[in-house]
Design a protein around this ligand. Structure first.
Ligand code: ZN
Length: 222
């Protein structure tokens, strides 16, 4: 019923190749789904994404589902997820990736990277929440918590600032974590990770809250 409902809202053609979708397909056709540019990061603990966070001893793993290439399928999926209201894409990709990850990971808490309330009210949803929910549906006892930490600064583009003020700017974008996380294994979930700077700051907040280990997951990495 959900897919029938969605077909009323979204054109029932593949986001990637424009082929008409059959009823069991959502957003992309089976052929494009088989061609998803998967990173297989979970099989390579020392992968490029993990290297961005390796300075933090609490970060135990990092993995992206897909490679983000300009004009590629991951970019199309994420564009629709973020800017076209297609938040179900996150749930679908999360459930897909979760099936792969469930033999490797079982975090206690999954934290979608928070977005500022202004952005939240404009978009209507946090684009990382669906991905978090999809992942959680595959893990044994994971709880999705989007109420633990908030984005307190809606930072504008930082490209014109010097290195020092850029650092300060990023440093204060998140609130403190609201609970003590002692003994908890936390997975941070984001849509796209480029530099890893903001996720790194979120990790620092989780360290301050005594989390016992951190894993980082995202839909795609550049
Ligand atoms: Zn297709």
């Amino acid at each position: 019923m959900l897919s029938e409902f969605l077909s009323l809202i979204y054109p029932a053609t593949c986001l990637n190749c424009n082929e008409t979708l059959i009823s069991a397909e959502n957003f992309i056709c089976t052929s494009c789904k088989m061609d998803l540019p998967e990173t297989m990061d979970h099989l390579n603990p020392e992968n490029e994404l993990f290297q961005k966070f390796a300075y933090n001893p609490l970060v135990k793993s990092a993995a992206a589902f897909l490679y983000f290439n300009e004009g590629g399928i991951a970019q199309k999926l994420i564009h629709n997820l973020k800017y076209e209201g297609a938040h179900e894409i996150g749930d679908l990709l999360g459930a897909e990736y979760g099936r792969t990850l469930s033999t490797f990971l079982n975090p206690d808490i999954i934290v979608p990277v928070p977005i500022h309330k202004k952005k939240l009210s404009k978009r209507g949803y946090n684009q990382s929440l669906g991905f978090a929910n999809g992942l959680a549906s595959c893990f044994e006892e994971s709880e999705v918590r989007d109420d633990l930490i908030y984005r307190i600064k809606n930072t504008a583009t930082q490209t014109r600032k010097n290195k020092l003020s850029r650092w300060q700017n990023v440093d204060n974008i998140y609130s403190e974590v609201k609970e003590d996380l002692e003994g908890k294994v936390v997975a941070i979930v984001d849509d796209v990770i480029t530099t890893g700077a903001t996720v790194g700051m979120l990790c620092d907040k989780l360290v301050e809250a005594n989390a016992s280990a951190i894993h980082i997951l995202c839909i795609a990495r550049r």
